[in-house]
Design a protein around this ligand. Structure first.
Ligand code: ITT
Length: 193
């Protein structure tokens, strides 16, 4: 097995990525409970590297991390890298977003999820990084019970559904995270261990 730490505190991310990598030769180890680096980067890539390096140092192992978020055109790219800090809970984040967009018509509610994945060696050297996107639109009200974060208000035109109306397996066929981790997995299977 190719073992590395997945540097995240987000249980939903962990579940999605474990589901995606099941059946491969890659085993993800959970980061320790006291893993909590400050995300001081200005880009998703910088923050993914910060998290991966912090986990590698803490666990003395190679590490992989995901920094992701929602980029909304009508908000000039916000909440962006501040997606998790935009408000305190998923419900408050969604309410704030819908409120900020309340006067924006349907055709101008375009948005995308971004996911940067970084892999570092146990010494913290950068080995691989990628950023992948999933395009959609922000709805006027939440719909669906699956997923996490902004999924209930993220509409996928190709699926005629919000991300939260998809099962985890369906989300993993289209999401920013699945696209980025599939690339990372290909790199790992060819180059690592
Ligand atoms: P870690 O840093 O520990 O991985 P986190 O939840 O703080 O966990 P991020 O800093 O990458 O993760 O912030 C990502 C935020 O963007 C997340 O909290 C959600 O609000 C949102 N987000 C990212 N991916 C998402 C997805 O697939 N569906 C819905 N919202 C998502």
């Amino acid at each position: 097995m190719k073992k590395l730490v997945f540097a995240t505190k987000n249980k939903n991310k962990l579940a999605e990525v474990k589901n995606l990598l099941s059946g491969t030769d890659i085993e993800l180890i959970n980061a320790e409970k006291n893993f909590d680096p400050e995300e001081t980067g200005e880009t998703f890539e910088q923050n993914a590297l910060i998290k991966a390096r912090a986990a590698a140092e803490l666990m003395n192992m190679p590490a992989i991390a995901d920094d992701s978020g929602l980029v909304v055109d009508a908000l000039n790219g916000r909440p962006g890298v501040h997606s998790s800090r935009y408000e305190a809970t998923d419900e408050k984040r969604i309410n704030k977003l819908l409120n900020e967009l309340k006067n924006i018509p349907e055709e101008k509610r375009t948005a995308r999820f971004l996911c940067s994945v970084a892999i570092v060696s146990e010494k913290g050297n950068e080995l691989f990084k990628t950023t992948r996107v999933c395009e959609g639109k922000i709805t006027f009200s939440p719909k669906g019970v699956h997923g996490f974060g902004y999924d209930p208000v993220f509409y996928l035109p190709g699926k005629n559904a919000t991300m939260a109306e998809l099962t985890m397996e369906e989300k993993n066929t289209v999401s920013h995270r699945s696209r980025a981790f599939k690339q990372a997995a290909e790199w790992l299977l060819e180059n690592y261990g």
